[in-house]
Design a protein around this ligand. Structure first.
Ligand SMILES: Cc1cc2nc3c(=O)[nH]c(=O)nc-3n(C[C@H](O)[C@H](O)[C@H](O)COP(=O)(O)O)c2cc1C
Length: 264
């Protein structure tokens, strides 16, 4: 009799766990901060995040994943008072700042944080990610979002929310610039640190990217030397390393491109 596989190939794939949090009191589970045993109101305290990260690592989680927004939600029934009174994602702190402390206190927990294309010029953002990739020994991941809050757009000088497709075209260009910096600037072996010869880096292996696009112009080179896992930030597993200039599959959802750092 033919043997029937009890577990499908799909089901045999490992299950990964990521804690979905935000650097604020109430992310999506509202009101629980009032419980005497809750620590979520301690979000201003670095110990809170370091302790949580250590607990997650002990519990075999793969990653801690920080959601983020950079503005207020639309007024609730015409009033935004409720958000402040109930602590609904306000006040909220920058999640990227927590990454090095979490990395220092843990060994293999992946650290993903959300950042919108609104927030920062891609040259600087690529530098931040590369620096964090070094600091975390390759455990950082970026959740790129285009922002859906009109208040956030106005915080960054726009009149209001950019139309959906225009936001995604913007995101496409943003990621292009970042990838060109990650992939097309420093060759893998450009950093020599050769004490004997007194040569720190091989100038001929560091390239300007000379990017000129709709929104951005970036000469380069990237200021950070190749980091442990960059540029593997794409959700597209087929994307080869050193594929600068190639069109990447631009993800349309919030969770991409995100590399949930190495499972242990
Ligand atoms: C589970 C989940 C989490 C999300 N987290 C964030 C977030 O942290 N920050 C953010 O700006 N958008 C977040 N979004 C919104 C997405 O970035 C996206 O705007 C939304 O899914 C609507 O898709 P669209 O932009 O293609 O219309 C999240 C969406 C989902 C489904």
């Amino acid at each position: 009799m033919k043997e029937v596989a009890l577990v499908s190939e799909e089901a045999a794939r490992p299950l990964h766990f990521a804690a979905f949090v935000m650097n604020t009191t109430s992310h999506i589970v509202q009101g629980t901060w009032r419980r005497p045993s809750s620590r979520s109101a301690d979000f201003n305290d670095l110990d809170h995040w370091v302790n949580l990260a250590k607990t997650l690592e002990r519990g075999k989680f793969d990653a801690i994943f920080f959601a983020d927004v950079v503005g207020l939600y639309a007024p609730y029934r015409g009033d935004e008072r409720k958000y402040f009174e109930a602590g609904l994602q306000v006040p909220s702190n920058d999640p990227s700042v927590l990454a090095s402390a979490i990395a220092y206190a843990t060994e293999h927990l992946g650290i993903a944080f959300t950042a919108s294309i609104l927030q920062e010029h891609p040259f600087n953002f690529a530098r931040r990610i590369s620096t964090l990739d070094h600091a975390t020994k390759g455990r950082i991941a970026w959740n790129i979002v285009t922002n859906y809050l009109p208040n956030a757009s106005r915080n960054f000088g726009l009149e209001g929310l950019t139309a959906h497709d225009a936001r995604y075209a913007w995101a496409d260009e943003y990621v292009d610039v970042a990838y060109k910096l990650w992939e097309g600037s420093w060759e893998d072996d450009a950093l020599l640190q050769d004490r004997e010869r007194g040569v720190h880096a091989d100038y001929d292996k560091v390239h300007r990217i000379n990017y000129v696009g709709e929104r951005y112009r970036v000469e380069g080179p990237h200021l950070v030397s190749p980091s442990p896992s960059a540029p593997h930030f794409s959700s597209s597993p087929a994307r080869p390393r050193r594929a600068a200039g190639s069109r990447r599959a631009m993800p349309r959802r919030c969770s991409s491109p995100v590399r949930i750092a190495k499972a242990h």
